[in-house]
Design a protein around this ligand. Structure first.
Ligand SMILES: Cc1cc2nc3c(=O)[nH]c(=O)nc-3n(C[C@H](O)[C@H](O)[C@H](O)COP(=O)(O)OP(=O)(O)OC[C@H]3O[C@@H](n4cnc5c(N)ncnc54)[C@H](O)[C@@H]3O)c2cc1C
Length: 131
């Protein structure tokens, strides 16, 4: 097992197996490789060796960023532990969702909740800064 090593390249070697090269200079030869990352990390490694339909599919998804906002707006969550909401992005016209959670680990009342906002276009506050 090689932990804490970054995979820098995956290539098909002359005996038609796959060789994984890491940033520690290790070359690992194997029959199959599972790339368990988001597409933006997988693509540079797979673009030259993976079947085109897989590469095309990965290109559609890139990555999902998650913004975590600690705040005290209880107007949606009220007394519930969790609320899932759908909004429309005013710029793109597309739907997006948020999750607001109130971690309840004890009887202690906390006057804050956490909201997860997914993808930068839905969290873009630049308009507010430049108005
Ligand atoms: C925005 C967002 C919000 C989410 N929110 C929730 C949630 O609220 N609750 C929930 O249960 N799940 C949530 N998920 C899903 C959950 O995070 C994923 O299902 C889970 O993290 C997937 O784990 P994984 O190990 O498959 O991949 P990852 O956690 O993505 O791990 C992949 C690892 O590979 C590493 N890596 C990348 N490139 C290389 C390389 N070249 N060499 C070596 N290592 C590399 C990365 O650094 C990373 O550590 C969310 C996912 C996203 C994207």
């Amino acid at each position: 097992m090689h932990t804490n090593e970054k995979v820098e390249k995956i290539y098909r070697n002359p005996i038609k197996k796959l060789t994984v090269t890491t940033d520690q200079g290790n070359d690992l030869t194997c029959d199959k490789v599972v790339v368990a990352t988001q597409p933006f990390q997988a693509l540079p490694l797979l673009e030259e060796i993976a079947p085109k339909p897989l590469v095309d599919e990965l290109k559609k998804w890139d990555k999902m960023d998650c913004y975590v906002v600690l705040h005290s707006d209880f107007s949606s969550i009220k007394d519930m532990p969790w609320v899932h909401q759908t909004y429309t992005n005013k710029k793109t016209g597309k739907y997006y969702i948020t999750n607001t959670i109130k971690p309840i680990m004890s009887d202690i009342k906390i006057d804050k909740v956490i909201t997860f906002v997914y993808n930068t276009e839905n969290y873009d506050l630049s308009e507010f800064y430049y108005q």
